[in-house]
Design a protein around this ligand. Structure first.
Ligand code: AMP
Length: 433
């Protein structure tokens, strides 16, 4: 390593702003672009108006500016084959191949992978390509049953059906009416698992890997896990989320067999792998894989890094990750997401955001832009999730206090945020999250 790098980050939300934030702290970062980025982060990275999922346009841009390293934030570019296009040209990129991204892009692919390699997961009852087949299959399941649309469905593709009527209704909506789009053409039926949920995220170069600090997110829009699911209303990280001994069990029973299984199948996996787990009475079992960092988990995780992100990600791209380089700040972090009123339903954009400058002055706090844009000199709202107020401190309560103190200084019309991020920290379960 050693030479300074031009870095391209793909995506435009809070997770990507968090990546930019930490990449900028690296002495190795010479120039950072973010495609498309967002108005609020424009002072920290040059935002390029290209859709991150448009492989052809991203390749054309990279041909022009020659980034030394490209980091993929969201899943769409991965599922669309962005990293394959880059590797074909010998360009350094962090993110799994299109084939590997099927672990997230297809629930059936991922379930078959887990079963093939004997990795603990919920029992599969079957897969169905038509509603008639699915109704038939419902005759031989135990209730409640979990129904999963196969493809990407923006977080709406999983349904826990208590009985036949509810199951039939969901299947009808997904498979006959196509309410979730093409992702609902095939479905998977599986056993319902009980226990506490935990996300375990690793960074891997395909051979070596390092776990990231544990995090938990809050998906429901209102306090007490009420209201509809969102992209994520906040997250926190503290080592206490991972009880002693559990990390080792997850590594030996889940992470290592997964990496070995991928290698055995000839699938190249390089980048972040997010493993959603259910901690059942008979041990941890895999609920799902995501082939990227979660958002807003990324904000909480990156707030705790104590290493050179640009250097480590360049190592991953070059397949020479040194896990010992991933050092973490002791203590904790929290990210509180400020949303537009009405989100995840209809909401208005273009609201002027006030108070950002006063937040900038609070030590230990960073506000990460998700849905913002510049209207002249003014930062205005431009999405459902607007800002992630992120703080790190010696203890979880302190990081939460900092984040909430900062959030209370920001204002825009209709602004909403949860007041109970991290409130379940003493209890492993974050019900409904
Ligand atoms: P997934 O996208 O597969 O993780 O599913 C989203 C959420 O649905 C998970 O975070 C769990 O809360 C729930 N879920 C998924 N699969 C199961 C299962 N087999 N048993 C119980 N809950 C599940």
């Amino acid at each position: 390593m050693g030479s300074r790098m031009k870095i391209l980050v793909l995506g435009g939300g809070g997770r990507e702003h968090a990546l930019v934030w930490k990449l900028r702290e690296s002495p190795l970062a010479k120039k950072i672009w973010c495609a498309p980025g967002n108005g609020g982060m424009a002072a920290e990275a040059e935002c390029v108006a290209i859709d991150a999922g448009d492989v052809g346009a991203i390749v054309a841009f990279a041909e022009k500016v020659h980034p030394d390293l490209t980091i993929v934030g969201p899943e769409l570019p991965l599922v669309n084959g962005l990293t394959d296009a880059f590797r074909l040209r010998n360009w350094a990129v962090v993110g799994p191949s299109q084939q590997a991204a099927q672990l997230e892009g297809s629930k059936i692919f991922s379930k078959e992978f887990l079963v093939r390699h004997g990795i603990p997961t919920a029992k599969m009852y079957g897969t169905c390509g038509s509603s008639a087949e699915a109704y038939e299959a419902l005759n031989s399941v135990s209730w409640p049953v979990v129904i999963k649309a196969d493809g990407l469905c923006a977080g709406k593709g999983v349904f826990l059906a208590p009985d036949f009527t509810a199951a039939k209704d969901f299947i009808e909506r997904v498979m006959e009416k196509g309410e979730l789009g093409p992702g609902g053409k095939r479905i998977l039926l599986e056993e319902t698992l009980e226990g506490d949920e935990l996300s375990f995220i690793i960074l891997t170069d395909g051979t070596r890997y390092a776990p990231l600090v544990p995090t938990r997110d809050h998906k429901r829009v209102f306090d007490g896990n009420q209201g509809p699911n969102t992209g994520g209303m906040g997250a926190y990280s503290t080592d206490e989320l991972l009880p002693a001994g559990l990390g080792e069990i997850i590594r030996s029973r889940i992470v290592e067999p997964t990496l070995e299984g991928l290698a055995a199948d000839g699938i190249r996996y390089q980048g972040f792998l997010y493993i959603g787990l259910m901690l059942t009475k008979s041990g941890p079992k895999v609920l799902e894989f995501n082939c990227r960092l979660g958002d807003p988990e990324a904000q909480a995780i990156l707030a705790r890094i104590d290493f050179d992100l640009a250097e480590v990600l360049a190592d991953v791209a070059a397949e020479r990750l040194e896990p010992s380089k991933l050092r973490w700040k002791t203590g904790a972090s929290a990210c509180v997401v400020l949303t537009s009123g009405g989100y995840p339903g209809r909401f208005e954009s273009g609201k002027r955001i006030e108070g950002l400058t006063s937040v900038e002055q609070i030590t230990g706090v960073k506000f990460l832009h998700a849905g913002t844009k510049l209207a002249g000199e003014t930062v205005v709202t431009n999405g459902g999730r607007v800002l992630g107020v992120t703080a790190a401190a010696a203890a979880l309560e302190d990081s939460l206090a900092l984040a909430y103190a900062a959030a209370s200084r920001i204002h825009f019309e209709g602004m909403h945020y949860r007041k109970d991020i991290g409130a379940h920290a003493n209890h492993l379960r974050a019900a409904g999250d």
